[in-house]
Each structure stands twice: as C-alpha cells, then as structure tokens.
Ligand binder design. Structure first.
Ligand SMILES: [Zn+2]
Length: 410
C-alpha cells in the first residue's frame, strides 16, 4: 500500500517539479548576469565534466566522438580524406571560460569563448590523400594535440513554445579557434612501414602551421557540428527559463524594493507545495527566528545537512501548526495585513497560499510600521512561516525515488 502511495507521489512530482533537473550544488545564475554565467559555465566544464544527465549534457572530458570527418578537396596543397572513429577529445575540464554573452531573457545571438590549455583528440583514424605534394595513407591510432587552444562559439536561435513551455531552438552555430602549437601523430601509416611513417609524422609536425592553415576550415566545420549537437541536446531538454535561477523566488515582489539578493545562490534543497509540487522556497532561506508564543520547538535536519527549527504554534481556535521560518517564499497575492494575535509580536501577518493550487502554506510577516495595505509581500525586514506538513523538501522526494528503486530492485 505504501509503495503505491510513493509511486503516485513520485509521478506527480516528476511532472511538476523542475528542480530535479540539476545536480546537487549546481549554481544557477540570473538571466543576463554575465559574470555569474562565466563562473557557472566554467564550473560546468570543470566540476561537471563527466556530464549532467538531468540536463542532457554529455560528458565533456573526455568528449566522446563516434565519428568525425575532415575532408579537404580542391586544388590546394592538401588534399585528404581523414576519417576519425571513436575518438576522445580531452582537456575541456581544464578550460577557462573567457566570454559568455547573450544569455538573456529573450535570447537570439549567444556567444561563448573558452581557453583550453591542452586539447587532444585521440582515437582511431583512416587517412588517404596528399599533403604538400607527398602522398599519405594509413589506418590506426592517431593523436592530435593543440596547446593554448582558444575556441569561440557563436550561435543564433530563438525561443519556441513546446508543450506550454519556452525552449531555445538553436539555428546555426559557428566556431573558430586558434592555437599556439599543433602536434600530430599517426601510427601505422603506409601499412606499418616504420621508416615511411616516421618520416611523414616528422614532416607533418615540421610543417604544422601550413597544414593547420589549410585544414582549419574543415576542422572548424567538423567541430561546429559536434558542439552544436552538445548544446542543442541541453536546450531541447531543459525549458530555457529553467536554466536560470528561479526568478520567481529570487525576484519575487517581496525583494524588488529591498536590497538585491546575492548574484548567485548555491541551491541546497527546494521546498515545494505538497499538494501540487509548485516551488515554495529554498532551504537556503531557513531563518533562526523564534516565536515567544511557540509551545515548543525541535530541530529537523534537511537533506542538504542544514538544520531547520520547527516550532509548534497554536491559533485562537486551538489548532496547532508546526512551522519553519524562512526569509523568502513564493505565495499568492492576498489582501490586507492582520494585526491581531500575531505569533511574532511587532509583526503583522497574512496568509501564504500556494500560487498554483491555493493550498494554505503558512503566513507572511511584516513589521507593523511597514505593513501597509498597498504592500502585498513582506519587505526584507519581514519573513515567512511555512507549515511543515504542507511543504515537502525536494531532497526528501529524491530519497523516496531511491526507496522506490530499492523496492523495485528487490
Ligand atoms: Zn500548491
């Protein structure tokens, strides 16, 4: 019976709760906050180089490339067909993100620049053709390495609506790069003739600048296709707005008149409405604020390790509630403050109801002197008290998922 309940709950939450898309500790930025985005994208390369399945982001180091072709035809000094198969591009986890532009509310052009100290492409190859008048032919393992590789990606696109949500649809991606040194090594050239192969490798490396100049357009085209796929995967999976900090939480009317919240917040855990899964608050916002009228209090450990004080309060009808006090929460707009029977003397209160399903989630509190009728939400001097049994932490939901999986596996 219990298993059934869990499964139902999980299905409901999975369809409404966006928060599950990001790994724990993943920093989200506000739209247009280029400085934060630089750090966030940088961390995506460095800390999450193994990939983020929730976002459909493949592993970036190594970036596994099944197939890639560099075809250079025409009358130029280089005329080759170079096929790569099952190659790994390594080094992206050491990237420094130099530029990230255009990540705005209504994105059209976006741009990113990264510096990779050492980027290597290692794996199977097959080559046929002519390099600076010399014939070249072979099949085996190759290594192409670039030092101080500056990669620039620019793409265009627009927001499109799919299943009621806005997704960024990438139209065209352009790539360019520069490097201070290009090394190449092809094993098993000329059917394993070592003398011929060694000579050719030597020759290629001695003339790397000319070779790179000739091959650059084809290399750029090949990599642009690969990066386009990587980026498109993410944009196709995650609604555009959800790649950013929950603006509803951090830019709620509650905070618009007061000091700006910090530029970035490490999201620890989400509180969501138990009835409908709508976002309510973050565990980051838990406050240590005691009501002198509380009947008792206890500590509750949230999934991210943070402690929350749960206080028991009683209303004039004798109904008891267990509450958690938070700095900010997302509540529907309701009228007028009440000055009567406040659990926090000096503060007026009004109800906090879920903006989506109208479930009673708790109360908003505001100092008496600023609790004016034209103020819908608390200022930074105010706070929120959430009824612990009407919200649920996302970490807890994840633990249910784990339990469900454990039950299924048994
Ligand atoms: Zn709700």
């Amino acid at each position: 019976m219990k298993v059934k309940f869990n499964a139902g709950l999980v299905v409901l939450l999975a369809s409404t709760c966006f928060a599950a898309k990001f790994p724990a500790g993943y920093t989200l930025c506000k739209q247009g906050d280029d400085k934060c985005l630089l750090d966030q994208i940088g961390a995506t390369f460095t800390k999450h180089s193994q990939g983020i399945p929730e976002m459909n982001l493949v592993g970036l180091d190594p970036l596994k490339i099944e197939k890639m072709d560099i075809v250079q035809g025409g009358d130029g000094p280089i005329n080759i067909v170079l096929n790569f198969k099952n190659v790994d591009l390594t080094g992206l986890s050491q990237s420094t993100v130099k530029k990230a532009n255009g990540f705005t509310a209504n994105p059209t052009k976006m741009e990113m620049a990264v510096l990779v100290p050492v980027a290597s492409l290692v794996g199977g190859y097959k080559i046929n053709g002519k390099v600076l008048i010399l014939p070249i032919q072979g099949e085996g393992k190759s290594n192409m390495t670039m030092e101080n590789c500056h990669i620039q990606l620019k793409w265009t696109g627009k927001l499109v609506e799919k299943t009621g949500k806005q997704f960024y649809q990438l139209d065209k991606l352009k790539a360019t790069f520069d490097t201070t040194r290009f090394h190449m090594h092809f094993s098993n050239l000329f059917n394993g003739d070592k003398a011929l192969g060694d000579n050719m490798n030597q020759f290629l490396n001695d003339n790397w600048q000319d070779i790179l100049k000739e091959l650059k357009p084809s290399i750029v085209t090949a990599f642009a296709q690969i990066f386009q796929r990587v980026v498109t995967n993410v944009f196709d999976k995650v609604p555009y707005a959800e790649l950013y900090h929950t603006s509803s939480l951090l830019e709620s009317p509650a905070s618009s008149s007061s000091a700006e919240p910090s530029q970035e917040t490490l999201v620890e855990d989400f509180f969501i409405c138990r009835s409908c899964g709508h976002d309510v608050s973050l565990s980051n916002f838990v406050l240590e604020k005691y009501s002198p009228l509380a009947l008792g209090s206890s500590n509750q450990t949230l999934s991210a390790g943070r402690e929350a004080i749960v206080q028991e309060v009683q209303n004039t009808l004798g109904i008891r509630f267990k509450i958690i006090v938070v700095e900010k929460a997302y509540c529907a707009k309701v009228e007028s403050w009440s000055l009567l029977h406040s659990w926090f003397p000096g503060f007026a209160w009004k109800l906090c109801v879920c903006p989506k399903c109208r479930t009673h989630l708790g109360w908003m509190f505001e100092p008496l002197e600023t609790a004016t009728s034209d103020r819908y939400f608390p200022t930074e001097k105010g706070f929120y008290a959430l009824i612990s049994s009407n919200i649920i932490s996302e970490g807890y939901v994840n633990s249910l998922l784990m339990r469900e999986k454990a039950l299924r596996d048994n």
